[in-house]
Design a binder for this molecule. Structure first.
Ligand code: AMP
Ligand code: SF4
Length: 479
């Protein structure tokens, strides 16, 4: 399912350098990245001498007015950010890009991901006299950048050296865009957890979290930016570099499973095709189950259901419909509200499911709210049997790299076995994809390495500094 009030996705980045329509293109590109964050959006543009910003809360159409956009139109360089609060609160001051003014020049910053040592860095900076305007961990980078000295203050190489030094101090998952009046630097953490892509539009370089942003503006997709890479774009051209040579690629597996848009490509393979393969593999695990139809939970699981259907020979039907007009539901948080939100978004097609044995494919189970509702609704609509297939392994652990599930308590599979979950959601059977089969699919698409920590607990980046005190308590109690 999408846009559910469960665990939330992170942010969308887009930037373009040296294009007469930079801010308009950024606005269009950000629309296609709206699925990566709906809490706020902003654009910062550079005239070459100064930076100018506009930002607001909510969906892009609500966040930025025509007047704001018009004010940025004359400028040839722009970066944009769509935000979901994976760290920091959801007030306007936390909406990015952040824009800082100083006598040394302007600086703008946009970040996708989560820094695991942000808390400690922030404390150290505060002890040295820094005052923070936001509760976002991304602001830490701006303070570090401002403080860094040496390397030849004003030269291009000097600035690069300082940025490299700072990037080495931050730990965690990050795709950063750092804009000065005369340059745009983008960098990806040494594990390459979050996606970042390089493109070109009418001869101007652009970067985006996903290639669907390039499609939206008619840009060419050049390549995926690699772990530890740092790219600087100026009027003189593009500079490819690495801030570190010690890298260990661990791209987020959930990007393929759920987050990314189905038409976005990773290493030239669409998310749709990857999800289809995950569905095919799941079909192998569910060979023993007889059913009349297979249905996918719209929209993110339709590709997996398609693959499942192709591999099993069981006909795919649209047995669940999604109401596309339910956006954010302004209802109070809590379990009852979550259930109501799912009911508002999904409904079964009685005529399709009545009297039939149904296999339902969903891409993931987090709290179990969606599956519980779906099984109940399908049975109420007359389904004879409901078998649940999940095109990812049991999600058991919180993510510290930018996905908003911070405690084990929120995650059903962290305390319950698949059989207990099956019982709780009321399905006739429940099958997850195995971790090995998931990796086999990724390898077949040329993955250089995947993070699977939310499934296996093997965190590729040390999380000790990021663990909340209450999580530590639970860990000690063995929960
Ligand atoms: P839950 O109902 O809590 O078990 O959440 C599972 C549902 O949320 C599935 O339908 C997923 O497609 C969807 N989902 C998975 N990850 C996310 C996410 N990060 N943000 C929003 N929805 C998600
Ligand atoms: Fe992605 Fe899971 Fe790793 Fe977080 S823990 S980065 S959601 S694979």
């Amino acid at each position: 399912m999408d846009e559910f009030d469960g665990l939330k996705e992170e942010c969308g980045l887009f930037g373009i350098w040296g294009h007469p329509e930079a801010s308009e293109l950024t606005y269009i590109a950000m629309h296609s990245l709206q699925h990566r964050g709906q809490q706020g959006a902003g654009i910062v543009s550079s005239s070459g001498d100064y930076l100018f910003g506009a930002r607001g809360m909510g969906l892009l159409t609500e966040a930025l007015s025509k007047e704001q956009l018009d004010s940025l139109k004359p400028f040839p360089h722009a970066i944009g950010h769509t935000r979901y609060a994976s760290s920091g609160g959801s007030e306007l001051s936390n909406v990015q890009p952040f824009l800082f003014k100083s006598h040394k020049g302007d600086l703008a910053l946009a970040h996708n991901g989560n820094l695991v040592n942000a808390m400690n860095l922030r404390r150290a900076l505060e002890d040295q006299g820094a005052i923070f305007q936001t509760t976002s961990d991304s602001e830490v980078l701006a303070h570090l950048l401002r403080r860094e000295r040496g390397g030849g203050e004003e030269s291009f190489e000097g600035r690069k050296k300082r940025i490299k030094k700072v990037l080495k101090q931050v730990k965690g998952a990050f795709a950063f865009m750092i804009m000065h009046q005369d340059s745009l630097t983008v960098a990806l953490d040494d594990h390459g957890v979050r996606p970042l892509m390089l493109g070109k539009k009418d001869g101007s370089y652009c970067v985006a979290s996903e290639t669907c942003a390039f499609t939206a503006i008619g840009a060419e997709y050049i390549r995926d930016i690699e772990a530890g890479e740092m790219i600087t774009i100026t009027d003189e051209g593009i500079d490819f570099d690495h801030y570190t040579d010690t890298t260990s690629p661990h791209m987020c597996s959930m990007e393929y499973i759920y987050f990314a848009r189905a038409d976005s490509e990773f290493r030239r393979t669409s998310t749709y095709r990857i999800r289809k393969e995950l569905g095919r593999s799941l079909a192998e695990e569910m060979q023993g189950i007889d059913a009349d139809i297979v249905i996918g939970v719209p929209d993110s699981s339709l590709a997996a259901a398609h693959g499942f259907s192709e591999a099993s020979g069981i006909k795919q039907e649209q047995g669940l419909l999604k109401n596309r007009y339910v956006g954010r539901t302004f209802i109070t948080p809590g379990q009852e509200a979550r259930e109501r939100a799912v009911r508002m978004k999904l409904s079964p097609v009685r005529d399709i499911v009545e009297g039939r044995r149904v296999i339902v494919i969903d891409d993931s189970i987090v709290r179990g709210t969606t599956s519980r509702f779906i099984v109940k609704a399908l049975k109420k609509a007359g389904a004879k049997e409901v078998h649940m297939g999940v095109s990812s392994p049991p999600l058991k652990n919180p993510c510290y790299y930018g996905i908003d599930v911070s405690t084990h308590a929120e995650i059903i599979a962290s305390t319950k076995s698949p059989e207990e979950i099956r019982d709780e959601i009321g399905a006739d059977s429940l099958t997850y994809l195995s971790v090995d089969k998931m990796h086999d699919v990724y390898h077949s698409f040329g993955s250089k390495g995947q993070c699977d920590a939310c499934f296996t607990g093997n965190y590729p980046i040390d999380i000790e500094e990021a663990i909340l005190p209450q999580e530590k308590d639970l860990k000690q109690k063995g929960v």
